[in-house]
Ligand binder design. Structure first.
Ligand code: PMP
Length: 428
């Protein structure tokens, strides 16, 4: 080989990139620091990583001060419920704090199967499998069930864990317009024939807007095109339907019409972890092959027992779901009457108050805190600037008085902040 043709010459000709080995110089890190500086310039305290020194339900304690809380997913007030806490403590005494291995090898306890049978029954399908995190349940399941040569069509407002799972899978990924089953139908007509498996993914309740899809229409579409339908019930499990059985109960359709039900145990079930519920075959396949299950530890005993106990309390006290619905509708109706923009929220426990401006959202949240109300702002770049908002999570434990006071204060400060644009430039 003459000069300029050998392996060394080929390496020399390859364009060289600047090595990066210092995180402080990463573009992502510099962007983060710049965003934080901008936030500091507003004079409003950083709203993230607030320390809550108690169980967070309708109330919380921050810096020693009691606040009405609208910032936790403790929708049914079961985290902190004495029966749930005792069940977790008893399970820890009996089985320890960790199962110390993947369940496939030696981490299996009797309560794992008990919880999974209970979830399957709750959802209305054959069986279920639980994993240690909700986010990782989506990632590993979606990432594993489809791959190159397959197609994923997901709602444009899908949660990050769905998008991450789709990216991991290597399948072709196309979002469809939010809740638009007709657009989905058209995409399937155009694309279905080119792919082996097609997975459609939607959510039971959307956590940014508190709205939900016409799921029976999605079932119709998926059947017509022989696609699989997955529904993430993170925010609808325990909250939707007359007794909290989820979006299938809300619409009154057979849960077996959905191929893959996913949910988290960190919200209504006051624990931690995720589940996939569906056919025996689906669960069996995941139990033996899903990387995030096979190569990860089983759910810890305390968390398993807490989820079982939460479902037991809920079976006995379905009125919690009724109270949650009553509170959610009250909050929504009062907000609308007060002229606040609650977007498409549909009587679910998630009610956004859209400010359309990050600074207004930040200041509004800070003013409410001074009034004794804890609510998280959602700012750009988490959402478009025009969609900046406060996001209220309602619980069954809020009182009518807390809700009326909160809506009145929110409307008061919002109007004040927006009335005079000059006020935006001063400190709130
Ligand atoms: N799916 C959705 C729709 C979610 O909103 C979330 C988290 N809020 C998850 C999955 C992940 O659940 P977890 O926080 O329990 O990991």
């Amino acid at each position: 080989t003459g000069d300029g043709e050998g392996p060394l010459a080929r390496v020399m000709q390859t364009p060289q990139v600047e090595p990066e080995d210092d995180v402080t110089q990463f573009a992502e890190y510099r962007r983060l620091k710049s965003t934080m500086r901008q936030m500091q310039l507003t004079g409003v305290p950083n709203p993230y990583f607030t320390v809550h020194d108690c169980v967070v339900g309708d109330k919380t304690i921050v810096d020693g001060k009691s606040l009405i809380s609208f910032a936790s997913y403790n929708y049914l007030g079961l985290s902190g419920h004495p029966e749930v806490s005792k069940a977790a403590a008893d399970a820890i005494t009996k089985y320890g704090t960790s199962v110390s291995a993947s369940r496939l090898v030696s981490g299996e306890k009797p309560i794992h199967g008990e919880l999974e049978r209970k979830i399957a029954k709750w959802v209305g399908v054959d069986n279920s499998i639980t994993m240690v995190g909700g986010h990782s349940t989506n990632e590993t399941t979606i990432g594993h069930l489809v791959g190159p040569g397959d197609l994923i069509l997901h709602d444009a407002l899908s949660h990050n864990s769905i998008v991450q799972g789709a990216l991991l899978s290597g399948a072709k990924r196309r979002p469809f317009p939010h809740n638009d089953y007709e657009a989905l139908d058209k995409m399937l007509t155009a694309l279905r024939g080119q792919y082996r498996r097609t997975l459609i993914i939607i959510e039971g309740v959307y956590s940014m807007d508190g709205d939900f899809a016409d799921v029976p229409k999605f079932v119709e579409v998926k059947k017509r095109h022989r696609a699989m339908l997955m529904v993430d019930e993170a925010h609808s499990f325990g909250t939707m339907g007359a007794t909290g059985h989820g979006i299938a109960e809300h619409f009154g359709f057979d849960a077996r019409d959905v191929d893959i039900w996913m949910g988290t145990l960190s919200k209504s079930a006051s624990s931690c972890g995720g589940y996939i519920a569906g056919s025996e075959a689906l669960v069996e396949l995941l139990r033996y092959t899903a990387p995030g299950f096979v190569f990860s530890v089983g759910m810890p005993p305390g968390q398993v027992a807490a989820a079982i106990a939460s479902l037991e309390v809920l079976e006995r006290e379905p009125e919690r779901v009724e109270r949650l619905r009553h509170n959610s509708e009250l909050f929504l109706n009062l907000s609308r009457e007060a002229g606040l923009d609650t977007g498409d929220s549909g009587g679910t426990p998630v009610v956004p108050v859209i400010t359309g401006n990050s600074l207004v959202a930040l200041r509004l949240s800070n003013r409410l805190k001074k009034d004794g109300i804890n609510v998280q702002p959602i700012l750009y770049p988490a959402v478009d600037e025009s969609a900046a908002r406060l996001r209220f999570f309602i619980t069954s434990e809020h009182s009518e008085e807390q809700i009326r006071f909160t809506v009145e204060r929110t409307a008061h400060h919002y109007n004040d902040l927006c009335d005079t644009p000059a006020k935006l430039r001063g400190t709130a």
